[in-house]
Design a protein around this ligand. Structure first.
Ligand code: MIG
Length: 803
């Protein structure tokens, strides 16, 4: 690895004095005496893009990460000139550019420092590869914290760490391992209650140093390409993360079934085993929506084939599963077996779709099928061809989801476990070597897969998932954290990594519940399920060489506890789906780390076990063996214990009892939590009534509920229902206002309401200001439950008649 300090001594070059600067629409371009160009583009009042060139010429402006639709935005700004200083002022920030050395400082409108530069931009010419190693050093003010950067298996707060982004297959990875499956060169920094983000849009191997080498210095640099980064101002972390996520794009809504429970193993075969597995779930009434088939469903590991001995009639099997409420999800890897009789290989060969080495031969490498060639997914023609390959699998056989694996890309038995760096790529017409294409290879494969599955699943929605990914890859696919281990430390890692991915724009993610390698104890499996049901993606997957990992493999107690938790996930589906809606629509992360939830509270900076699921549920997993409880930090506000409605006042740490069957779950006061009845799979039953759990608060709280047809694209034509509930409580009175947007009509007519923590007895009820008798509402005063028609603008409960 090349470290920055080493490079610093090898001839860093710096920008000279600014000679001219000019405006062009949203941009200001500076050129220096030594031919450095800096172009600053004002994308929004809080987003600036910085692009540097060192020979006076910008390369073709191309990025896989940025969602093109988001690039034209608000851009009102003003420029002030003073001796040696140019200032760009938007309605949120000031950006000062020193004309003596091109160093940048960014400030809020009151001139508080957000971030300044130490060495600033500099570079080193790379004679070996051509181009530059491009570097940025910024100052870090006292007390700054750093979050983000994708799937790194390290402490949540990145302060004091140095990390590298280079996608890598890491079987049974360990804590603090650096290079992993995904590269998301985006971080959020927080100091003085001000948050800002840096997105370094460079796909080469990149490095980040968060105050390790020097305690007041942050550095990021890349082994090629352009210094091209986006500065995103908050001041709330929420604003930074949602802006980044909008810049790099969000996915369409997944089908609701994809939020159910998935069961996987490497591998379920033959067909009888799959059928038995499915039957067992239904027999035990353990909810499950999807069964995943790993590489052994294929013939000789050849993509888009089936092993006919084990799966004589895949279409029939998939249909039978579907009838029982299971969707079939299959794995697809990038390596195409070298075999002249294999149709897909022939097609790719004839069309010149495979990657080649610098001097012409095909990139050849060993993966599961043996020696393989690899499609160049950075070529749009190859992606189109690949998408078409799903016609039979999805369009005819009826497979509903596809997961892409090994797309870092992983190659066996070679140094570095991936392609050599000389391999050539099309890069959508910007020809380059693997040094540049490596980190986006998996993302482009995922994109092609997504395009294909979406096309042939139509009019239903696709489900696709990828192991390797890059910033912006969330537009195409869900993801998972890869080959973890069945240990308590990995349960902690899963918790941290999923929260980190949520802050990195990739919310649709989860871990292999129970651990991929080795075997969990029943206790570990139970605790992992108790965490996993709160992850946006919920799948049990394991390598299979270490015993069984179905929920019934650990005895009666584990089965019945885990079933209760998976049922809870199914009950919470309308709540989780609403969080997905907010994610896909506004870029709001589905899980909110405490620091995101309340950045003014310094206790949250290093508290990363606890998180908020959606907007109002506080979850704190048990991550240790043989414990009966743990200390939990409660964010400010009041919280109801989900199990017994006891109220806890936050801003403090408390001991919470957690015997095996009870993991700590708390609900924010004032919340209105929508729930479905328990189902064995999504849409098993027609929902006759929606449950609303209302948690009394002396004060106000807003809750939302998104609903639609659970699949298909009608929601894009306005057939959705978005409800806002405004809760107002005071002693002796509750008022709930409902506002509905959208044209979708839900199947149910009634709401089954339960009011928790009510400090008074309800005597009177008013629906849209008309009094209704408590009997007509089926009111039960012992538990404060009642039935309310779903259509209303305002309901009111009081302890006495309205005056
Ligand atoms: O070299 O397809 O992360 O989920 O079960 C191992 C077999 C390849 C790695 C994936 C894992 C999957 C396994 N794969």
């Amino acid at each position: 690895m090349i470290v920055n300090t080493e490079l610093e001594t090898k001839g860093n070059l710096f920008p000279g004095e600014v000679k001219v600067f000019e405006f062009d629409g949203n941009s200001v371009t500076f050129s220096t005496a030594n031919n450095v160009l800096l172009r600053i583009t004002v994308l929004r009042d809080s987003i600036l893009r910085f692009r540097y060139a060192t020979d006076g010429i910008f390369e073709n402006d191309f990025s896989y990460a940025i969602d093109k639709d988001t690039m034209h935005g608000f851009n009102k700004f003003e420029i002030q000139e003073a001796p040696f200083l140019i200032t760009i002022i938007t309605s949120k920030i000031k950006c000062k550019i020193s004309t003596t050395d091109l160093k940048i400082g960014i400030y809020d409108l009151q001139d508080n420092v957000i971030v300044e530069e130490e060495l600033g931009f500099h570079w080193e010419e790379s004679f070996k590869y051509g181009g530059n190693f491009v570097k940025m050093n910024k100052t870090s003010v006292e007390g700054e914290n750093f979050f983000g950067l994708g799937d790194k298996p390290t402490n949540f707060n990145l302060k004091g760490r140095k990390l590298t982004l280079w996608n890598k297959d890491q079987f049974a990875f360990n804590k603090d391992l650096d290079e992993l499956y995904k590269s998301v060169p985006f971080y959020t920094a927080l100091h003085s209650n001000m948050a800002y983000g840096i997105f370094f849009d460079n796909s080469f191997r990149t490095h980040f140093d968060f105050c390790q080498d020097k305690r007041n210095e942050v550095k990021f640099w890349a082994e090629g390409g352009e210094m091209n980064y986006y500065f995103i101002y908050g001041p709330k972390i929420a604003e930074v993360v949602t802006s980044y996520t909008n810049l790099t794009g969000t996915p369409d809504l997944p089908p609701l079934w994809a939020l159910g429970y998935h069961q996987s193993k490497w591998s379920y075969f033959p067909e009888e085993r799959v059928t038995e597995l499915a039957a067992k779930f239904r027999e035990l009434e353990f909810p499950c929506d999807a069964i995943h088939l790993d590489i052994d469903y294929m013939d000789d590991f050849k993509c888009f084939t089936w092993n006919n001995k084990h799966f004589p009639d895949p279409k029939l099997m998939v249909e039978n599963l579907e009838e029982k409420g299971f969707k079939t999800v299959v794995i697809i890897d990038p390596g195409i077996k070298i075999d002249a009789d294999y149709k897909i290989f022939k097609e790719a060969l004839d069309n010149n779709y495979f990657c080649r080495r610098a001097d012409g031969p095909f990139m050849r490498g060993k993966v599961w099928p043996g020696e393989c060639y690899f499609p160049d997914f950075t070529n749009p023609k190859v992606r189109e061809w690949w998408a078409g390959l799903f016609k039979e699998l999805v369009g005819e056989i009826g497979v509903k989801g596809v997961w892409n694996d090994m797309n870092e890309p992983a190659v066996m038995e070679v140094p570095g476990k991936t392609f050599p760096t000389d391999v050539r790529h099309n890069y959508d017409g910007n020809d380059c070597s693997h040094r540049k294409a490596h980190n986006i290879y998996g993302m482009q494969m995922a994109r092609a897969t997504h395009d294909g599955v979406r096309k042939y699943a139509f009019p239903k929605r696709p489900f696709t998932m990828t192991r390797a990914n890059f910033a912006g890859g969330q537009r195409y696919c869900a993801t998972w954290t890869g080959d973890n281990i069945a240990t308590w430390e990995h349960l902690w890692l899963a918790n941290t990594q999923v929260q980190r991915l949520c802050l990195s724009g990739m919310s649709f993610t989860g871990s292999d519940i129970g651990g991929f390698a080795e075997q969990p104890s029943g206790e570990l499996f139970t605790r992992w399920i108790q965490l996993g049901i709160f992850h946006p993606f919920c799948r049990v997957h394991s390598s299979g060489d270490h015993g069984n990992q179905e929920p019934w493999s650990f005895g009666e107690e584990v089965l019945s506890i885990t079933r209760e938790y998976v049922r809870l996930r199914y009950q919470l589906l309308p709540y989780l789906y609403t969080a997905f809606y907010q994610y896909t629509e506004e870029g709001i992360p589905i899980l909110k780390p405490l620091v995101y939830f309340d950045q003014e509270d310094v206790h949250t900076y290093y508290r990363s076990d606890e998180f908020i699921f959606g907007n109002q549920i506080l979850v704190c997993p048990i991550q240790d063996a043989h414990v009966q409880g743990r200390r939990v930090y409660f964010p400010r506000g009041k919280w109801y214990n989900f199990w017994n409605d006891e109220i806890v006042t936050g801003g403090k740490e408390y001991w919470v009892d957690a015997p095996l069957e009870k993991s700590p779950i708390f609900i924010k006061e004032g919340a209105i939590i929508p729930k479905f009845p328990v189902q064995n799979y999504v849409d098993e039953i027609e929902i006759k009534a929606l449950f609303l759990d209302i948690y009394y608060k002396n004060g106000n709280e807003t809750s939302i509920l998104y609903e639609d047809a659970h699949d298909g694209y009608d929601y894009k034509k306005g057939r959705y229902s978005l409800k806002t509930f405004k809760f107002r409580g005071k002693p002796g009175e509750i008022i709930i206002q409902q506002h509905k947007d959208g044209k979708f009509l839900t199947s149910y007519k009634h709401l089954e309401v339960r009011i928790h923590g009510l400090p008074f007895e309800i005597e009177k009820a008013y629906l849209d200001n008309e009094e209704v008798s408590l009997e007509t509402l089926d009111f039960d005063p012992t538990v404060n439950t009642m039935k309310i028609p779903k259509v209303f603008d305002l309901i009111q409960f009081t302890s006495k008649a309205k005056s």
